[in-house]
Design a protein around this ligand. Sequence first.
Ligand code: FAD
Length: 377
Amino acid sequence: MAIAGAGLAGLSAAQELRRLGHDGEISMVGAESHRPYRRPPLSKDYLLDHDADVALPGTGELGVTWLLGQAATGLDLAGRRLLRGALPSVPFDALVIATGVRPRTLPGADGLRGVVTLRTLDDARTLRDALAGRPRVVVAGAGFLGSEVAATLRALDVPVTLVEPDRVPLRRPLGEQVGAIIADLHRAHDVDLRLGRRVSAVTGAGRVERVHLDDGTVLAADLLVAALGAEPQVEWLHGSGVRLDGGVVVDRHGLAAPRVAAAGDVARWPSAMLGGELIRVEHYSNAVEQGAHAVRALLGIADRYDPVPSFWCDLYGHRLRSVGLTGAGYELRLLAHEPDGRFLAEYHHNGRVVGAVTAGFLRRLTTYRHLLTKEHA
Ligand SMILES: Cc1cc2nc3c(=O)[nH]c(=O)nc-3n(C[C@H](O)[C@H](O)[C@H](O)COP(=O)(O)OP(=O)(O)OC[C@H]3O[C@@H](n4cnc5c(N)ncnc54)[C@H](O)[C@@H]3O)c2cc1C
């Protein structure tokens, strides 16, 4: 078997194959030079603590052939080979595509030092080094990543301006009222929050000095973190015959083509919870579950892929946790909101609960998990 993308979903696929007793060759092709590691600490502990560990255990015991530091450049579906530029191609009998996503960049800011994105361990090292001089930081985008980075930088007492085009942070994934709670959390921690604004230009002599907003405001800055969302890494699959539409489209079992599966941030699948609508999820637990599921799909022993999604996110000492479907598209009911920022919200669709999110009411979330898992079974 070959796995394209040596990240979390790819690792989970390899682990599942071994767990099922297969001792054949597994080739893991990875663009990064690292074995799979945990990305969540990169916006949290890793920026705070130089000893923070991002290693994923068990990579040494899998008997995988690691082909790292060189991206797959193409897929020859008929010939069953992964292409790697001038390097020898990698033959496979079955393939898992798990190439994840890459961060969107700010147009016009290319080449300016001090403009960074955060996806990889190398990105996090660059950001951590840049924080040493207590720079004035602008974070563009108050989604999960931008909000977490802002919160972590405030823990380091770094001054942060957080710029978000929407009315509140995280409105689309969590809804207006929850976004308003998160806005209050940012303000309570002295983040200079600029809502309804976007970064329109970045200027400076070789490095960022000024960040321009679309209302004419000019912010003095030493560092700009672009947290503008991400795009599936699928360019290498163009013309391969695999269906691409906002990611690698897979069928209800997780197959993109005969003997080819896709998993993790790159994969888009028909959600049973949403009546077959194609969805793509950029969360840790999905990468783990779908990576393992992809292998079962390739072996012909998989049920429909139909997870109850979940995520977590750390903000100012609060751990936000979700279960099921959340977002501005559902009716939001705020059930609890304490002055210290703890809250509990549930999401309704067609008259029934489809998800919940909380900071601080974890036990209640367990109840939702049971409910949704049971309804779902
Ligand atoms: C900073 C940060 C914080 C996060 N925090 C949280 C959190 O708190 N909670 C949560 O639920 N989720 C979080 N996530 C999301 C979670 O980490 C991802 O959902 C998960 O890593 C996705 O795994 P993946 O294997 O699909 O993709 P990845 O882990 O991105 O792995 C894909 C790999 O494929 C490689 N690749 C790309 N193209 C090619 C190619 N052509 N050939 C070979 N290799 C290729 C990439 O370089 C990458 O190494 C966070 C993500 C980031 C970046």
